[in-house]
Write a protein that binds this ligand. Sequence first.
Ligand code: SF4
Length: 398
Amino acid sequence: MSTTTDSPRNAPLPLLVLGQGTDLRTERGVECPGDLPAPSDPDLVARARAAKEALGDKVFVLGHHYQRDEVIEFADVTGDSFKLAKDAAARPDAPYIVFCGVHFMAESADILTSDSQTVVLPDLAAGCSMADMAAIAQVEDAWEDLVAAGVAERTVPVTYMNSSAAIKAFTGRHGGTICTSSNAKTALTWALDQAGDGGKVLFLPDQHLGRNTYVRDLGGALEDCVVWDPHRPNGGLTPEELESATMLLWRGHCSVHGRFTLEAVEQARREIPDVKVIVHPECRHEVVEVADEVGSTEKIIKTIAAAPAGTKWVVGTELNLVKRLAAQFPEQSIAFLEKNVCYCSTMNRIDLPHLVWALESLVEGRVVNPIRVDDEVARYARVALDQMLALPGETHKD
Ligand code: SF4
């Protein structure tokens, strides 16, 4: 597991077997290199305020919708990952971007901002389990298999924003595009058109977003979708299955949205008369199929904001956002779809002590946890991101 080699086929997997060995790369941030303030420090809010004030326009704090309230309070802007990366790029005067989100988001911000700006992730352990389900070595292996099977030249990769910079770069190198949960339909339509008759899309890393977009938004058949399992030879597919499929869905999912169930939807409908179910497209297909509304976090916020008083909702997305919506719209009834779902644990790694530590360090002239994407990786990732921006009619409105 711990051996390293240039060959992707033999490259180490991203996860260690429990109790065996260490991998500082995957365990990044487990040990904080500085003195974190104690969570019980009663002055934390005042310290964050003072540090932010001292830094003034030199710092721009981004807060993803799934962040804790204690962190969102100090965000200059909030939004989904792509909106935040674009917000950061629109502030070239701010030398420091403190990204309260997860690792792949900070990477995207680094790619889209200028070289003179530094992106800081307050806790390096804030990763994303979905992004980690597609390691670059595994994806390179899969591509080799597609080449060997004679289908790579008619396969276009479409990669969800929730992926590492290395996977985005792979997408750029192979003529594909990035997508978000807002524009997946446009991106997939473009990619299928590029692939041509008998062509295929390799959708990374979220199988649910790929399947939901193809079947629900484009009217494709479920039978055209197969799951590529990176842990099995040839993705676990027979040559016939591979040949007949249109959508090659990487076997990845969001550990939060993947837990909402059809039973929870049915229970909500039984218990709350006239309830409307709104879910994120990272949810499983059977959940999305029975929901009243499906959309990105930005769409969920806008839909609820526009609903008349008295509307009853159950919402299938991350709990921090749902709680915030319930507080913001008390004239509506807003409930969480699943009793047993926890918060996104990696998003929650960013807490007030880490934010204070990052900001106070900047005040002292020390940059902690900078996120820097390798130049070559950034160049090709940018190609895939630019392709997304060039999609027909592309406007990332929400
Ligand atoms: S909510 Fe899901 S996709 Fe978003 S950061 Fe958490 S694990 Fe990743």
